[in-house]
Write a protein that binds this ligand. Structure first.
Ligand code: AHM
Ligand code: MG
Length: 343
């Protein structure tokens, strides 16, 4: 193992083990005056994702595969599991009184819970089941989430203003990957930590402490079928990687589930790109609940994330479902990307 690689602790065999709930309570001590409500909020996410993973694990056995019959606000066909995952997150989070507003890929408008209450301090935005078009073929999918404080000042009675905040205001963000195991990766701005769900006890246990993205990797991840419709500098950059311009030989890996493609990039290094294309001139991925949490995790782990124009986390959002190009990865690949493509 190189010194760049994250230490992986087999969770239950090593004593003492730490659950995500214990970890959140520890992290909370960093914030003076913290009351415990933030850990209660996050427990809504962990509960919902355990329910989602249980459904995902039995997908071939129950009637949850396939399309739900509706088209979501993005114009995309909703899968039955998209709807189930969305319902679970809505249900588990709407019982947390510290949350004023929820927004989801699957809901056109934000859901107002109790945002006029002084107890409501946070908004949570999420993609309940990212990569869900892959679910029928047993490919890894995920849930992404981003948490921001309620905004202060004029106009903050409007629920939309709660979620239209740049990613640099996130107080916590993360994702759950439903892969060969189920893993939760999150950050409250003090590093990135990963927890593997132990199915025997139903708890997320710390397995990847203080994850650091390697400074350079050996994989690039992009849908190369669209290459002819990328801006030309993207093609030149990919040729540079393939031609050994970064001093090593690269392989390509593309799953088509952003969470899974990013998770590999986080642990192994390299670069993930979803550039502008003819079909999606502003990129395909959504800023608030896909790009922002991924960018937050990447930066917290020592990586970088850009839209090709600016740092992802500095983009001022204008609408809830706005799209963005996303290029995220290790320092070496990202520095060269910025020099060659961003100019
Ligand atoms: P979704 O939120 O509707 O699942 O779409 C997002 C997914 C990402 O997970 C993935 O990176 C991308 O779409 C794949 O798109 P493409 O098939 O165009 O490569
Ligand atoms: Mg999605």
């Amino acid at each position: 193992m190189t010194t760049e690689e994250t230490t992986i602790t087999p969770a239950i065999e090593s004593e003492p083990f730490l659950t995500v709930q214990q970890h959140i309570l520890q992290e909370q001590k960093r914030f003076p005056g913290a009351s415990g409500e933030f850990s209660w909020l996050l427990s809504g996410i962990t509960l919902a994702t355990k329910l989602i993973q249980a459904k995902v694990r039995r997908a071939g056995l129950t009637d949850v595969l396939g399309a739900h019959g509706e088209v979501n606000v993005q114009g995309e066909v909703q899968q039955k599991l998209d709807v189930y995952a969305n319902d679970m997150l809505d249900h588990c989070l709407s019982m947390r009184e510290s949350i004023g507003v929820l927004a989801s890929e699957e809901n056109e408008h934000p859901i107002i819970i109790n945002h006029t209450s002084p107890n409501a301090k946070y908004a949570v935005v999420f993609d309940p089941l990212d990569g869900s078009s892959n679910i029928d073929v047993n490919v890894s999918v995920g849930t992404t989430f981003s948490i921001v404080h309620r905004p202060f000042g004029e106009g903050t009675d409007d629920a939309t203003s709660w979620v239209l905040q740049p990613g640099n205001r996130q107080v916590a963000a993360g994702y759950v990957i439903y892969g060969s195991s189920t893993m939760l990766v999150y950050s409250v701005g003090y590093g990135v930590h990963g927890f593997t769900l132990d199915p025997a006890v139903g708890a997320y246990l710390l397995s990847h402490e203080n994850i650091r993205m390697p400074e350079q990797g050996s994989y690039y991840s992009v849908n190369e079928a669209y290459r002819d419709s990328f801006p030309s500098k993207y093609g030149e950059y990919l040729d540079h990687l393939r031609g050994g311009g970064l001093g090593r030989k690269y392989s390509s890996r593309y799953i088509g589930s952003m969470v899974a493609d990013f998770h590999r990039t986080l642990l192994k290094g390299g670069i993930f790109l979803y550039p502008p294309t003819d079909d999606h001139p502003s990129g395909k991925l959504r800023l608030l609940y896909e790009a922002n949490p991924i960018a937050f995790i990447a930066e917290q782990a020592g990586g970088q994330a850009t839209t090709g124009q600016q740092r992802v986390l500095d983009v001022q959002p204008e609408s809830i479902h706005q799209r963005t190009p996303l290029i995220v990865g290790s320092q070496v690949e990202m520095d060269t990307f910025k020099t060659m493509v961003c100019g």
